[in-house]
Design a protein around this ligand. Sequence first.
Ligand SMILES: [Fe+2]
Ligand SMILES: [Fe+2]
Length: 261
Amino acid sequence: MHILFIGDMVGKGSRKAAREIVPQLRQEYGCSLVIANGENMAGGGGMTAKCLRGLAEARIDVFTGGDHMWDQRSLVEEIADFPNVLRPANVCPQQPGRGTGVFETLDHGNVGVICLQGRTFMNSSADCPFAAADRCVEELQAQTSVIIVDMHAEATSEKIAMGRYLDGRVTAVLGTHTHVATADEQILPAGTAYQTDVGMVGARESVLGRDIEPVLQKFSTGMPARFTVVEKGIRLHATLIHVDPQTGKALDITRIWRDFD
Ligand SMILES: [Fe+2]
Ligand SMILES: [Fe+2]
């Protein structure tokens, strides 16, 4: 079974690119499930019902979130209509939505997905992601042996630690949040696929998907600047996991990317 995981989607350009490219990738690799981190899809921060509905033709099955989860206030109400949108699991339980889900594939049974948020070097009120991972994995293992974890975090060390912590207990631990794809994709010793960051769906000519000039201004002068999203010249970064659906072990992990417009 093949599962495709797409990195942080940034803005309108990423939604346009996803509509065009994801169905092609789905067919090309025979994907049973497609997951995308959607935390920046709406104008660079958050998700909305309108954006999610507009992505129907991209055929993305599950959207994970992160620290920008609630940037669009409307999602607080709207998330109830989207059982395929996951917020980080390790937050105050009073937050709307849920942090794990089990999703049915047409050909290979159920896949569990867990969204976690890191705490190191992040403006994060999240609880311990490791304790949450234990709880979530135990809950999902009762329903499926195939479990994909989105570890949305800043520090490479925290993400690598999560990969090692869950090695052999889940199918894949894939990092998101930094928007920069890392070249460390690997199968860990006990059979978990791992990559520190999948990358983003965002502009090649940008700083993490934002216009270069205001970011340079802010860094070089220390003065506040408005970071607009670049909507053109998009590169879609994703990672493909080949899974043994019986054991839930990863057989292979491959980084892929496609350019759009
Ligand atoms: Fe992001
Ligand atoms: Fe993030």
